[in-house]
Design a protein around this ligand. Structure first.
Ligand code: NAP
Length: 306
């Protein structure tokens, strides 16, 4: 039977750390969360962030905008949040409606307040291994690997999916010259040939495709660690909504070395990382100079010199 890599203990450790740190602040940590209506699944993520903010003692200032909002209107709100010293972090819930210029939006967010690290400056920093905020979901994968002490140095990590929010930044984070990275990384996508041959070679297989049951038992080896990033909505005959990952969990759980569940895996950790990034933004990434590795060491191992 595979080892179950639950996200809960990882998220709980991060949240316990954050609660104490947020309480100790003189002015409350504040996240401006901007949601443009139109994507039904986004409501679930937004509610989750608002609820977690309350539990952790951070302010989540939710701005809900109509689907017809223009790029210019959205940019104005972002610029105001950039200039407001009481706002420490900014997050624009994606996907955005098709008429909005996503690149202009990502580019407008102050890189030091950019909670999901989508600003091209942060993306570039991640690629170059320069300290910056790091995107929430790839960081959740990184935190899971660290918590469960899964080595990556010299290991073959195969990532299915090359999106700007998951696949590409995760590949760059794991490629960095650092003891907790140093991986050999292969990124696959919808045009990749020999997908199964490549996934079978993975020591660590990350799936971020967005298709239920995409990863089947014949795509993995017996020593593969499977990390399922997919969160896919399923509605049964009675209209009951549930969420499943990309991996055929029941088929793979007996074969893989270890596997993350969905729900209760990467998504659970991602919601905690949103607030770890908010804390990093409060402290000022450029002033504080602690890397995400430093924070994860503090949280998982502890250090009296903090
Ligand atoms: N756990 C979390 O916190 C979290 C956060 C964000 C997203 N997610 C979930 O993760 C999944 C992926 O999200 P995303 O935003 O990265 O999705 P996305 O932007 O749609 O990207 C999906 C990727 O999968 C690739 N792909 C699609 N069909 C494929 C196939 N048949 N073979 C190989 N690759 C294929 C696509 O290739 P092309 O580039 O060639 O199109 C693309 O690179 C979704 O289920 C999403 O809900 C979870």
């Amino acid at each position: 039977m595979s080892l179950l890599l639950s996200g809960k203990p990882v998220a709980d450790k991060i949240k316990d750390y954050l609660k104490e740190r947020f309480q100790a602040l003189e002015t409350p940590a504040t996240l401006k969360l901007i949601q443009v209506k139109g994507d039904p699944a986004s409501g679930f993520y937004v509610k989750n962030i608002v609820r977690n903010g309350k539990r952790l003692g951070a302010v989540v200032d939710l701005v809900e905008l109509e689907e017809e909002t223009t790029t210019q209107e959205l940019l104005k709100i972002i610029h105001e949040a950039n200039d407001d010293p009481s706002v420490h972090g900014i997050m624009v819930q994606e996907p955005l409606p098709a008429h909005i210029d996503v690149l202009a939006v990502d580019d407008a967010i102050d890189p030091y307040k950019d909670i999901d690290a989508l600003n091209p400056r942060n993306m570039g920093h991640i690629m170059l291994g320069i300290n910056s905020l790091t995107p929430c979901t790839p960081t959740a994968v990184y935190a899971l690997l660290r918590y469960y002490k899964i080595p990556t140095q010299g290991e073959h990590v195969v990532i299915i999916g090359r999106s700007d929010v998951v696949g590409k930044p995760l590949a760059n984070m794991l490629l960095c010259k650092a003891p907790m990275a140093d991986a050999t990384v292969t990124v696959l996508h919808s045009k990749s040939n020999q997908l199964k041959e490549l996934t079978r070679q993975a020591d660590i297989l990350v799936s971020a495709v967005g298709r239920p049951g995409f990863v089947t038992e014949d795509m993995i080896g017996e020593n593969t660690v499977i990390i399922d990033v997919g969160i896919n909505e399923q509605i049964d005959a009675e209209g009951k909504v549930s969420f499943v990952g990309d991996v055929d969990f029941n088929a793979c759980v007996g074969k893989a070395l270890a596997i993350t569940p969905v729900p209760g895996g990467i998504g659970t950790i991602t919601s905690a990382i949103v607030f770890l990034n908010l804390l990093r933004a409060v402290k000022g990434v450029q002033k504080d100079n602690k890397t995400i590795d430093d924070f994860l060491t503090l949280i998982f191992i502890g250090n009296n010199d903090e």
